[in-house]
Design a protein. Structure first.
Lengths: 203, 782
C-alpha cells in the first residue's frame, strides 16, 4: 500500500533529522557487585519454599476465591434455580444463558412454579466477577474454589446445567420429585425443609 | 372532508403552559409537555376510571385549589387550571409515594418468577416514584397461584393492583364481559363467571395491557426476559385486517407476538389468532430441502440446482397454470403474476383457493381493485351493511372498529346473513334473515345513503347474484363498497394481478393498452391476450388433459368445493409446489421447493383497505428463500428472466406500475339462483369459518385451540320441534360424500337452513361433505 505521508507541520522534526548517539554504559560493578547479586538466591536456599509442584500438589485457594460456579440444591434435592435469568441479566460478559420453564405435577424440578430448563455458563466469556452470585435471588448460584478450567475446545468450555449442578448429598433425592408434603415454596426459602421425605421418592 | 373546529384550552403544568383540545385529561396534557405522571389504570383507549390512584397531582383552578391531590387521569383540563405534578409539588409527590406503598403492601415479591419482570410498569414506577423501603411488617395476603381463566390466559390474583384495565377492555372494546372484579376491600379480585369461561377472541390484549404480571399468557410463560428478545415490527399474516404487530424472537425462534400501535388500523389491539398462532413456523413437518420425484415415483431430497432444473423442465414441457393461494405477500404474488405471464405465457392464474366465482372476479376488477375504502370510512359511516361477512370471525379488527362506533355513537349495523352470529348480536346489529343463496333480494331491499359502507366478505361469491346486487345497490345509493377477504394476501394478490382477468395495477387483461403498458414495463414482446381460467377451470382443464403442469404456492386443495377434482388434478399434472410445510399438495407434487415463512422474510401485505403493511424478516439468517427468489431462479433455468431476485426489486417494480387510468372492466349482471326445493329431512347447508378453527396457520397451538367456540349445528326452532331435537342432541349432516355429527343448537335461522362451522374440530365440511354453502344436505337426529 503506497500511503502518502502527510507533509510535516511547523515545529515537527523529521525522523531523518534526529541524530543517533551512543548510549553510555555505567562503570563495571566489580567482583563485590557480582557477589552481592549472587547472595540473594544463595540466601533463599535455606528459607521455606512457597512454590508447589503443581499439578502433583495443589495448594488450597483463598476461602472466597472465585472459581467454577455451582447450582445448589435444597436439602431434599430439588433445584434452587428458578430460571429467573437475573444472573444472565447481571452478567457483564454475557456469559450466562438461561431458559425457564413450568414446573408441572409430573415434572417438579424446583419448589414453586418455575425452574431453569436450560442453564449454560460460557467459561470463555466469564470473568469471574461474581455479579451473578449477588444477583441470584434464591442462592442457587454460588462459586466453588475450583480453578482448573482449561480445555481443548470451545464447546467443552460451555458448561451445561448437569456440569454445574451440585452433587446429591445425604438425604437428597434426584429431581424431578414432588415438593415436601404440606410445604410450599415459601417453606423452602424459610429453611423449613431439612431433608427429603419418603413420600417424595416417586421413582 | 370536514375539519372539525376544536376549542383549545391552555393550562399550566409544572410552570409550563400547554394548549390542548377541550376535554383532554390532565395526565395527557402533562404528557404533551413530556411530564410523565405515574399511572396504572389509565389507558388512552379505555374510559377513565381512576381506580389505582397512582396519578395524584395538585390542581388549582382560577386561584382555588382542590383541597386534596386529584387523580389526573379522570379530570379534563379547564381554563385557568394550574397543575403541579410530583415534580413541583411535595404534596403530590408524597401522595404518589403513599399510593405506591399501599399498592405494594400485598404485592408479592416474586418478580424473579414473574413474566412481567423487566418490562413491568409496577417495577419501573416503584423505582421512580416509590420509596424503596417498606414499612409493612405483616403477612401479605395470598391467593392460590395462577388460575387458568382460559386455556391461554393465566391469572395470578396476588399480583393484581385492581386497575380494571382488563375488565374495562373486555367490556368496552371487545364486548366480551366475561371477566370482572369480585369481592370488596383487600379481597377484591379479578374473576370469571362460574359457567362462562373467558373465551373471548381478544383475550390476549388483556395480557398485553396488564400493568403488572397478574395476567400472563400460557404460550410465553417463563420463556424469556425482555432483554433476551430481538423485537421486529411486523404485520399479521392471519387475516386481511392488517394489524401492526411486534414479533419477539429469541435465538431464531419466535416466542411471542404483540399488537403494535397503529391508530389508523388496529389501534393498539389484535386478536388471539394473530397474537398466539405462530408455532406453525416451527412445526415438525416443515420442509427443509427441495424434493424431487424420482423415476420410481418417490419424493426424495435433492439439491437446489437439481430441483430447479427439474421444475423448469417440467413447466416448459407442457402448458402450465399457476395457483397462488391467498397467503402470499404482495411481492410474492406479483412474482407469481409476472412468472405466469412472462415465463409460462399464460393468464391461467388464480389466487382464490377457496369457493369463488367468475362473478366475483368481474366484481373485483370493476369495483375493488385500485380503489380504497378505509377504517376511517367505517368511523364516519351512517350505516354499515354486512354481506357474506362475519366481522368477528373473519376480520376481528373490523369488528372492533364497528364495535367502537356502535358504542360511541350507536352506528347502525345490518347483517344480511343466514344465521344471527354472536358478533352481530354484540354489535346490536339488525339481522336480515335470508335463506342460503337468497341474499340478493334482501340486498336490493336495503336503502343506503352516500355515507353508508357495504362490507362484502369473500363468502358473497358463494351465492350467485349477490355481488351483482351489491354493485347495483352501491350504484343506486352511492354507498362505498369494501371487499374484505379472509386471508391476508388476497388483496395484494388482486392488485398484483394474480388472477386471470387482471394484470398488475388493476389493468384489465382484455384491454390492449393495458397489456402494452405492462409488456413495456416487463420488457416482454407481448402478453397473453385471453382471460385466464379460474381455479376450478384450471383443475378441470388438467383433468381434461388441456393443462399439463401446475405451479402451486400455498394452496390447500381441500378448500375448494371441487376438492376431489383438485386432488385428481394434482395427481395427474406435473406439479411444482412452493411450500413451507408438508401438505396435500406437496405429497402429490413432482418438485417441492421449501420457502420462507412470513417471519423469515420481508415483504408486505395489502390489507382490505389496500393499505400496504410492510414488514422485515423477524428471524434473521434463515436459509429459506422467499417465493419471489425461487420463481426468479426457475425462470432463469427456463431461459427467461423475471428480474425479481429480491423483495426490494419487486417493491421498486411494483411502485413503478402506477394507477390504471384507462377504463375499468365492467361487470356482467348475474341473477340469483332459485331456492333449491327441500323436503323431508333435507336442509340447505350454510357455513362460515370461525376465527379459531383447524386452519393451517393455527397448527401446534393447543392453548389457543382451547378457546375456540363450541362446534354446533344450528337449526330453526320450527324444524327442531318437527324433528324432536333439543339443544345438545346430536345431529348427523350428510351428503353423498360423507357426514359429520354435531351437537344441535336451536337458534334464529331460516327454516330450510342448517348452519355448521366450516373448518372446526369435528366439522370439516369441505373435507367430509364436499360442500359448504347453498347445497342440499340431509340432517337426521343421530
Amino acid at each position: 500500500m503506497s500511503e502518502q505521508l502527510e507533509p510535516l507541520k511547523k515545529n515537527e522534526i523529521s525522523v531523518n533529522d534526529v541524530a543517533f548517539t551512543q548510549i553510555e554504559t555505567g562503570d563495571s560493578v566489580g567482583l563485590l557487585g557480582h557477589l552481592k547479586g549472587f547472595w540473594i538466591p544463595f540466601s533463599k536456599i535455606f528459607k521455606k519454599t512457597l512454590t508447589v509442584e503443581y499439578p502433583e500438589v495443589k495448594a488450597p485457594t483463598a476461602e472466597r476465591f472465585h472459581g467454577r460456579h455451582q447450582l445448589n440444591r435444597h436439602p431434599d434435592g430439588l433445584e434452587k434455580c428458578i430460571g429467573c435469568e437475573l444472573c444472565a441479566w447481571a452478567c457483564p460478559a454475557d456469559a450466562i444463558y438461561v431458559e425457564g420453564a413450568d414446573n408441572t405435577k409430573d415434572n417438579q424440578m424446583s419448589p414453586g412454579e418455575r425452574y431453569g430448563k436450560v442453564y449454560q455458563i460460557n467459561y470463555l466469556r466469564c470473568v469471574f466477577c461474581g455479579l451473578c452470585i449477588e444477583a441470584c435471588p434464591t442462592r442457587a448460584l454460588t462459586m466453588t474454589n475450583e480453578y482448573e478450567l482449561a480445555d481443548d475446545s470451545r464447546t467443552k468450555l460451555i458448561f451445561e446445567k448437569e456440569d454445574l449442578l451440585a452433587p446429591l448429598r445425604q438425604g437428597m433425592l434426584m429431581p424431578p420429585h414432588p415438593m415436601y408434603p404440606d410445604m410450599d415454596d415459601s417453606n423452602y426459602y424459610k429453611g423449613d425443609v431439612t431433608q427429603s421425605h419418603p413420600s417424595q421418592d416417586v421413582k | 372532508m370536514t375539519t372539525e373546529v376544536v376549542d383549545m384550552i391552555t393550562v399550566v403544568v409544572d410552570g409550563f403552559e400547554v394548549s390542548v383540545p377541550k376535554g383532554t385529561l390532565v395526565i395527557r396534557a402533562a404528557e404533551k409537555l413530556g411530564i410523565q405522571i405515574p399511572r396504572f389504570c389509565d389507558h388512552p383507549l379505555l374510559d377513565p376510571v381512576g381506580a389505582c390512584r397512582q396519578c395524584l397531582v395538585d390542581i388549582e383552578i382560577n386561584g382555588r385549589a382542590f383541597p386534596k391531590p386529584q387523580a389526573s387521569c379522570t379530570i379534563p383540563v379547564e381554563p385557568g387550571m394550574i397543575v403541579k405534578t410530583q415534580l413541583t409539588s411535595p404534596v403530590a409527590e408524597k401522595a404518589q409515594r403513599g399510593v405506591m406503598e399501599l399498592l405494594l403492601i400485598n404485592h408479592p415479591l416474586d418478580c424473579p418468577v414473574c413474566d412481567k419482570g423487566g418490562e413491568c410498569p409496577l417495577q419501573n414506577q416503584a423505582m421512580s416514584n416509590g420509596q424503596g423501603e417498606t414499612r409493612f411488617e405483616g403477612v401479605k395476603r395470598t391467593f392460590q397461584k395462577p388460575i387458568n381463566i382460559s386455556s391461554q390466559v393465566l391469572l395470578d390474583r396476588e399480583r393484581c393492583v385492581l386497575c380494571a384495565r382488563c375488565t374495562r377492555f373486555s367490556e368496552q372494546i371487545a364486548s366480551d364481559p366475561f371477566i370482572t372484579l369480585n369481592e370488596r376491600g383487600a379481597l377484591q379480585q379479578v374473576g370469571i363467571y362460574e359457567n362462562k369461561p373467558f373465551e373471548s377472541y381478544f383475550s390476549g390484549n388483556t395480557v398485553q395491557i396488564c400493568p403488572v404480571g397478574a395476567l400472563t399468557g400460557a404460550a410465553y410463560r417463563f420463556r424469556a426476559r425482555p432483554f433476551d428478545l430481538v423485537s421486529t415490527p411486523s404485520a399479521c399474516e392471519h387475516c386481511s385486517s392488517g394489524c401492526d404487530m411486534r414479533t419477539d424472537v429469541r435465538r431464531g425462534k419466535t416466542l411471542r407476538r404483540l399488537a403494535g400501535d397503529d391508530p389508523t388500523v388496529n389501534e393498539e389491539w389484535n386478536c388471539d389468532k394473530g397474537r398466539w398462532a405462530f408455532k406453525y413456523v416451527t412445526s415438525v413437518d416443515r420442509l427443509t430441502t427441495p424434493l424431487v420425484r424420482n423415476a420410481s415415483g418417490e419424493l426424495v431430497a435433492a439439491s437446489w440446482p437439481e430441483a430447479l432444473a427439474a421444475a423448469a423442465k417440467g413447466l416448459k414441457a407442457a402448458k402450465a397454470a399457476v395457483l397462488v393461494g391467498g397467503r402470499a405477500t404482495h411481492e410474492d404474488a406479483y412474482g407469481y403474476s409476472k412468472f405466469a405471464r412472462v415465463a409460462l405465457n399464460t393468464n391461467d392464474i388464480d389466487f382464490r383457493s377457496r369457493l369463488s366465482s367468475d362473478e366475483e372476479r368481474e366484481f373485483l376488477a370493476a369495483r375493488v381493485v385500485g380503489l380504497s375504502t378505509t377504517y376511517m370510512d367505517i368511523d364516519r359511516a351512517d350505516h354499515v351493511l354486512l354481506i357474506g361477512f362475519e366481522p368477528e370471525e373473519e376480520s376481528p379488527i373490523v369488528f372492533l372498529r364497528l364495535n367502537k362506533q356502535v358504542r360511541k355513537r350507536a352506528l347502525k349495523v345490518s347483517a344480511i346473513a343466514t344465521k344471527l352470529s354472536i358478533g352481530v348480536e354484540k354489535l346490536k346489529g339488525e339481522f336480515v334473515k335470508v335463506a342460503p343463496g337468497q341474499e340478493s333480494a334482501a340486498i336490493a331491499a336495503q336503502s343506503l345513503t352516500s355515507k353508508s359502507v357495504i362490507l362484502v366478505g369473500e363468502r358473497a361469491a358463494e351465492s350467485a347474484g349477490v355481488l351483482s346486487a351489491v354493485a347495483a345497490l352501491a350504484d343506486s345509493s352511492n354507498a362505498k363498497i369494501a371487499w374484505i377477504p379472509r386471508r391476508a394476501g388476497e388483496r395484494g394478490a388482486l392488485e398484483a394481478g394474480a388472477i386471470g382477468n387482471l394484470l398488475p395495477g388493476g389493468r384489465p387483461v382484455e384491454d390492449a393498452a393495458a397489456r402494452v403498458d405492462i409488456a413495456a414495463l416487463w420488457g416482454a414482446d407481448s402478453l397473453p391476450t385471453t382471460v385466464g381460467k379460474n381455479t376450478n377451470e384450471i383443475f378441470a382443464a388438467v383433468n381434461a388433459g388441456e393443462i399439463g403442469a401446475l405451479l402451486v404456492g400455498g394452496v390447500d386443495p381441500l378448500d375448494s368445493e371441487y376438492s376431489q377434482a383438485a386432488l385428481a388434478a394434482l395427481e395427474k399434472a406435473f406439479v411444482v409446489s412452493l411450500e413451507i410445510a408438508s401438505s396435500a399438495v406437496t405429497q402429490r407434487a413432482d418438485v417441492v421447493l421449501p420457502v420462507a415463512a412470513v417471519t423469515e422474510k420481508s415483504g408486505s401485505f395489502l390489507n382490505w383497505e389496500g393499505r400496504a403493511r410492510s414488514f422485515d424478516a423477524a428471524v434473521q439468517d434463515s436459509l429459506n428463500r422467499s417465493d419471489l427468489r425461487i420463481l426468479s431462479m426457475i425462470a432463469e433455468e427456463m431461459g427467461t428472466s423475471v428480474h425479481l431476485a429480491t423483495v426490494t426489486a419487486a417493491i421498486k417494480e411494483i411502485s413503478s406500475i402506477g394507477k390504471w387510468d384507462g377504463a375499468r372492466a365492467s361487470m356482467n349482471k348475474v341473477s340469483s339462483a332459485s331456492l333449491p326445493a327441500v323436503s323431508g329431512d333435507q336442509f340447505i347447508l350454510t357455513s362460515w369459518r370461525r376465527l379459531l378453527d383447524l386452519g393451517t396457520l393455527q397448527q401446534g397451538e393447543e392453548n389457543l385451540a382451547g378457546t375456540a367456540r363450541k362446534t354446533v349445528a344450528v337449526i330453526s326452532p320450527k324444524r327442531a320441534q318437527a324433528m324432536g331435537v333439543a339443544d345438545g342432541d346430536q345431529l348427523k349432516i350428510s351428503t353423498s360424500l360423507g357426514s359429520v355429527t354435531l351437537s344441535a343448537l336451536v337458534e334464529d335461522i331460516h327454516d330450510d337452513a342448517v348452519w355448521a362451522p366450516r373448518n372446526s374440530r369435528g366439522s370439516q365440511l369441505l373435507v367430509n361433505l364436499g360442500v359448504a354453502h347453498g347445497a342440499v344436505v340431509t340432517v337426521v337426529k343421530a
